[in-house]
Design a protein around this ligand. Structure first.
Ligand code: PGA
Length: 253
């Protein structure tokens, strides 16, 4: 079987001052310096990215932005481009987080443009998908996931090329920040569906290489059982990534 390296990613959302963020990086770096075999990533707010890049130094922590615009530059007041986040030191970018979709009206079509722009720049996209509680309860989970994949990755489908470095994150909206985690079986069911979708859509063996993260109330006490599932390759962690005491034990699962 193809070995996918586990990835534990922290999404700091709109939290932490520069000082607190740098202290957190120091705490994470100290907490992981003796372990191997797992990738670690943090996604700080735009204004702290440059300071975090410096604080990371030579420690092995990947840096992502939480969003970007699909255009490279221009009259887009309040927006930040992929080139800009790359210049600031990011190698990855989270795209289509459910908070972007729900609170900032980002459609899968817009996310698709961003995914394409990231790929052009060589930024690795972490593309988020997930159903709401209402969608799950009305039995629409797989339809919603399929549609989000079809639309958010449209450019990849048209080109018949999904870079194996692409990362997907399954985040059931009802599990984000709620303390309710999908059970490992519920998560695996959707992760398996997603991998199967990649396999059917691209027919290239990419499906075995793409990492699919689970997100939604991941904590130290539920990470191991999630990671034991065959199609769960890591986690996108919100609340528990804001303190080294809660994030490091997740990385060391
Ligand atoms: P949470 O957030 O871990 O606080 O539920 C996850 C996310 O939104 O990525």
């Amino acid at each position: 079987m193809f070995e996918r390296r586990p990835l534990i990613a922290g999404n700091w959302k709109m939290n932490l001052s520069i000082k607190d963020a740098v202290a957190l990086i120091d705490g994470i770096a100290a907490g992981i310096n003796d372990i191997e075999g797992v990738d670690v990533l943090v996604a700080p707010p735009f204004t702290t990215i440059a300071s975090i890049r410096k604080a990371i130094g030579n420690s092995k922590i990947f840096l992502a932005a939480q969003n970007m615009h699909n255009e490279m530059s221009g009259a887009f007041t309040g927006e930040v481009s992929g080139r800009m986040i790359q210049e600031a030191g990011c190698t990855h970018v989270i795209l289509g987080h459910s908070e972007r979709r729900a609170l900032f009206h980002e459609t899968s079509q817009v996310i698709d443009l961003k995914v394409k722009a990231a790929a052009v720049l060589g930024l690795i996209p972490i593309v988020c998908i997930g159903e709401t509680l209402e969608e799950r309860e009305s039995g629409k989970t797989f339809d919603v996931i399929r549609q989000q994949l079809d639309e958010s990755l449209m450019n990849f489908i048209v080109d018949q090329l999904m870079l194996p470095s692409t990362i997907l994150a399954y985040e059931p909206v009802w599990a984000i920040g709620t303390g309710k985690t999908a059970t490992p079986d519920q998560a695996q069911e959707v992760h398996g569906f997603i991998r199967n979708w990649i396999e059917k859509t691209f027919k290239t063996g990419t499906a075995n290489q793409v990492r699919i993260l689970y997100g939604g109330s991941v904590k130290a006490d539920n990470i191991a059982e999630l990671m034991a599932k065959p199609d769960i390759d890591g986690a996108l962690v919100g609340g528990a990534s804001l303190k080294a005491e809660s994030f490091v034990p997740i990385i060391r699962f």
